[in-house]
Design a protein around this ligand. Structure first.
Ligand SMILES: NC(=O)c1ccc[n+]([C@@H]2O[C@H](COP(=O)([O-])OP(=O)(O)OC[C@H]3O[C@@H](n4cnc5c(N)ncnc54)[C@H](OP(=O)(O)O)[C@@H]3O)[C@@H](O)[C@H]2O)c1
Length: 296
């Protein structure tokens, strides 16, 4: 009688993902395949699972995470963003309540992305309204560095990310205001970026922010929200990939998700290469924004 091959599931895959990331950070050896972890690696294609040896859930999860796992150790900054939105395009109610737009499967996915990235970035609005912890408490894996973009220094020092010491936190402002911020929350929690607000009255220059984070060894970056911040990264050409998770809920007159400069003709609207993943009752669109920007 033919014995069916052993199938490995997501419980076997996740520790492998963490090992890959430890290697990328220079903290462990390159993972090697064995009978318990059948996979392959080559410099041009990155990691690949031996699909006959893993169950369908593991194969699907790997396909979703592979772009993050394939980051080479010494490359420039690479940015993945996320938004969880309603069918009518809102990420929170008008008053700011977003607990929870998406179901538990998407929340676990966000914690996985935090664990695979060097830093998690949020805008001041999200930090002020949600007071998030930005940790990996739903999954195994290290907490990322937590980055708050707050050029106007509006955020209170009592926020959990600035006071709980669960992971390093960096409040980002223009270098000209770094001393003021340091008096408020401590110099070790301030990243003053020269030229961040060189366009007076305009948005932060995210390219200079990415360079400053890269200089600190933070290269694989997860922009978790909110809508204004994710939209600014896309509009400035600073986002490589976007996970847009759509929940079967209607919020109505809520806070908008993406808000991008428009085109007058449909033929000029970007259609990034995409894949779709089912996440419980929600649907996650994985958009390759870099491919959408590159000439075909
Ligand atoms: N569903 C999701 O995936 C998701 C993810 C993250 C956040 N959220 C929700 O999104 C909302 C926040 O997103 P957002 O697009 O409005 O902002 P955001 O992208 O988090 O932050 C950017 C803007 O926040 C502004 N801001 C707004 N209210 C603020 C406040 N009370 N304190 C300090 N700065 C504030 C800043 O204004 P200035 O330009 O004037 O400095 C800045 O332009 C929250 O309701 C949060 O719950 C949802």
């Amino acid at each position: 009688m033919r014995v069916p091959p052993a199938l490995h599931g997501t419980d076997a895959l996740w520790p492998l993902c963490l090992e890959i990331v430890r290697h990328r950070r220079g903290l462990g050896p390159q993972p090697a395949p064995d009978a318990k972890r059948p996979f392959a690696w080559d410099p041009s294609r990155g990691f690949a699972l031996r699909e006959d040896a893993w169950d369908a859930q593991a194969v699907e999860l790997f396909a979703l995470l592979k772009p993050v796992l394939d980051r080479p150790p010494e490359s420039s900054a690479w940015v993945i963003g996320q938004l969880g939105q309603s069918l009518d395009g809102c990420i929170a109610t008008r008053g700011g309540d977003s607990n929870f737009v998406n179901g538990p499967e998407v929340l676990v996915h966000l914690h996985r992305l935090r664990a695979l990235c060097d830093a998690v970035i949020v805008g001041a609005g999200t930090a002020a309204i949600d007071d998030p912890q930005l940790t990996t408490r739903r999954v195994a894996g290290e907490n990322p560095v937590r980055v708050l973009i707050d050029p106007s220094l509006q955020l209170p020092a009592t926020l959990r990310v600035l006071s709980d010491r669960q992971a390093p936190t960096l409040l980002v402002c223009d270098a000209t205001r770094a001393d003021e911020a340091a008096r408020h929350i401590g110099a070790e929690q301030v990243l003053g970026v020269p030229g961040l607000m060189k366009n007076a009255g305009g948005p932060p220059d995210l390219r200079v922010l990415l360079r400053a984070l890269q200089q600190r060894g933070l290269r694989v970056l997860f922009v978790e929200g909110g809508g204004i911040t994710v939209s600014r990264f896309i509009a400035q050409g600073c986002m490589d990939r976007l996970h847009l998770s759509i929940a079967p809920v209607l919020i109505g007159n809520g806070r908008p998700g993406l808000s991008l400069p428009g085109s007058t003709a449909m033929r000029d609207c970007p259609r990034p290469p995409s894949s779709v993943f089912r996440m419980g009752a929600d649907v996650l669109w994985d958009l390759d924004l870099r491919a959408a920007n590159s000439p075909s």
